[in-house]
Ligand binder design. Sequence first.
Ligand SMILES: [Zn+2]
Length: 312
Amino acid sequence: MAKRAGTGLLALLSLTLTAGAAPPAQDAPWWKALPRPVYREIERVAVESPWFEVYRIGPGTTALYEPGHWQEAISYLIEGRDRAVLFDTGLGIGDIKAVVNQLTALPVLVVNSHEHFDHIGGDRQFAEVAVADSPAALARLARGTGNLAGQITSETVWKALPPGFDKARYETPPIRPTRRLSDGERIELGGRTLEVILTPGHTPGSLCLLDRGRRLLFTGDTLYPADLYAHMPESSLADYVRSAARLGALADAVDVVCPGHNEAKAPASLLTRFAQAFAAIARGEAKATPARPGVVRYEAEGIVVLAREPKP
Ligand SMILES: [Zn+2]
């Protein structure tokens, strides 16, 4: 789970904590700001899908973006010579497998960036699913999401829902991953290697994928260009601080960051600011303001992090 900067912050918080609430009325609907400017600069790939928009990040790398739902989730298809990784499977509203089948004939391994509902929605459509080897994440995935109908309202969705999608039965069933990923593990795709970097913080099972050869970093919800969530019951600010420092050390190895929400392409400078912001929080130097009872909003280097209020 994640979301945008700006209006509707309280709504986002309530949605995050109670998967049934909808954002309250805002001055303008969130989708009036779409399309986000970055998408004018990225090549659009034509696919037959009423729900997904597909963009080419580079050779063998495509973003599968869901702008119709306010989470604006982004999954990535990362292709090598012999096989492909699908980094996240989105909200589970549209048929992501049908889109993947139009883009590649390679065998596909799903890798989940973490265990939140808006990244695992299509897992059931694939035979091979890999997640971080985190007991807490595995336990959550094994429980399933429960009913998610509250995520589908006139305020969260502006696009027509795909034919066959049944809002009343919207949920992701329990997931039993076929592979558990360790820190530093390599996923060989044939002429292309992805390195697994476990980055707990947003959730215990958060991970990033580094493609050193193509200088890409896929970050899921650990880093995207909007308020970062370290305030949820499953979040750990201390872990997030450590993960941010590790990722920041990779800034020289990365040209493009591919986040899990909103924008499919961000400059490596975002990575540097992200690391500096968490370092400032850890040193007690980030500006902190109350966001709502029990939650503080830290701001540094243009990065906003929501965290639980420190206990006195
Ligand atoms: Zn999340």
